[in-house]
Ligand binder design. Structure first.
Ligand SMILES: NC(=O)c1ccc[n+]([C@@H]2O[C@H](COP(=O)([O-])OP(=O)(O)OC[C@H]3O[C@@H](n4cnc5c(N)ncnc54)[C@H](O)[C@@H]3O)[C@@H](O)[C@H]2O)c1
Length: 344
């Protein structure tokens, strides 16, 4: 790709997607050519705030008219698959935010569309692309924790302000497990070097969700236990609402035979414990950097310019979705289930 040529980018869905708009606007190799949202008021507001030349209420029209090289799909979950498939079929490289889709069968269609179009498809799992992730991974690989045998990851909210689509299974595919759990599952498996997941036990609860409003049919709390090849286990707890102190708790803890490390993946420090330190914990500063949408956008553009494959590949997105589907099935069946063999 010639050094001077700018790539033409578009963004669909302009709530969280505003962060993609901002990141593209700041990128020296990108021309933010077009935006799309079904809400004309939001569309107009973002168009004038960021001086975007073209705006559309219909994504298909944007794909036909805006001559895009790449696009970010930042709509509610149920729209990820249809818009991504349409973008790839129109020959446009696509960054689809997480979760990849609401069902594995839709994710498979997305993968096939990417293969047929020979365009890049990336999923918006930004955590493994950060320096924070490299620092923790280095610690694990150096043996400071010994053999890691248990991982505990939580993202618990007592209450959350989200668009109504997040509380409908039809729009979102599920509740906090598909919204928050996706990040934790992808990130912790990446930290462990992507071991095979053998069995999944899921439990979901919806007592508070049902009390909170009409038409809300997702879980409010989910607990997922994964058995990994090699014997380690991974426990994830995520909630949208719970009777607990205000605010949210985010923490990933990895326990090994020689020590442990605990940290907030969006935070500034990690706590290392080891008998070598006579069990007095040591605080380790984590790199100060963004862990937001600009990380995904910059990685995506870099991969396109250098012809590289993104870390957050469609295969990763599909694997997480397979785990989520199995966890939801396990919760309904009230027993542990094997993870089906991958059938992309
Ligand atoms: N990677 C991350 O860390 C991260 C962070 C936040 C949100 N997300 C994901 O981003 C997505 C959007 O989240 P949000 O909070 O902005 O949701 P939201 O429901 O609040 O807003 C979605 C926006 O998309 C628009 N929209 C809906 N359907 C559309 C369509 N068919 N075509 C064009 N526009 C459409 C809506 O009008 C709205 O402006 C979700 O999938 C969420 O999981 C990812």
């Amino acid at each position: 790709m010639p050094q001077s040529k700018k790539l033409r980018a578009g963004v669909i869905g302009l709530r969280m997607g505003r962060a993609h708009v901002q990141a593209y606007r700041q990128h020296p190799r990108i021309e933010l050519a077009a935006i799309c949202d079904v809400d004309p008021k939001r569309l107009e507001e973002v168009k004038s705030a960021y001086e975007v030349p073209l705006s559309f209420v219909d994504a298909g029209e944007m794909f036909r008219r805006a001559k895009l090289d790449l696009v970010s799909v930042c709509t509610p979950n149920a729209w990820h698959a249809p818009l991504t498939v349409a973008a790839l079929r129109a020959g446009i490289h696509t960054l689809c935010t997480k979760p990849m889709a609401t069902r594995c069968q839709d994710a498979r269609r997305m993968i096939r569309a990417a293969e047929r179009s020979r365009k890049t498809l990336m999923i918006g799992f930004q955590l493994p692309m950060t320096r924070m992730a490299s620092a923790i991974r280095k610690m694990i690989d150096s043996g400071r924790l010994g053999k890691v045998y248990f991982v505990h990851a939580v993202y618990l909210r007592n209450h959350c302000e989200l668009g109504p689509g997040f509380f409908s299974r039809k729009n979102a595919g599920g509740g906090p497990l598909i919204d928050l759990g996706v990040h934790l599952i992808d990130f912790t498996l990446w930290l462990l070097g992507d071991p095979r997941v053998t069995r999944v036990l899921g439990s979901t609860y919806d007592h508070l969700m049902r009390q909170s409003g009409e038409g809300r049919d997702v879980e409010d709390l989910a607990r997922t236990h994964l058995r990994l090849a090699g014997g380690a286990t991974l426990q994830i707890e995520v909630s949208f609402m719970m009777h607990r102190p205000p605010g949210e708790t985010r923490c990933v803890s990895l326990y090994g035979t020689e020590g442990s490390v605990s940290f907030d993946p969006w935070g500034t420090e990690a706590i290392y414990c080891s008998p070598r330190l006579k069990n007095s914990p040591k605080t380790i500063p984590l790199p100060q950097e963004s862990r937001g949408q600009d990380v995904s956008v910059n990685h995506f553009v870099k991969c396109l310019l250098k012809g590289k494959k993104p870390v957050a590949s469609p295969a990763r997105g599909y694997r997480v979705l397979q785990i989520l589907e199995t966890a939801y099935r396990s919760a309904r069946a009230e027993r542990e289930l094997p993870l089906p063999k991958s059938r992309v």
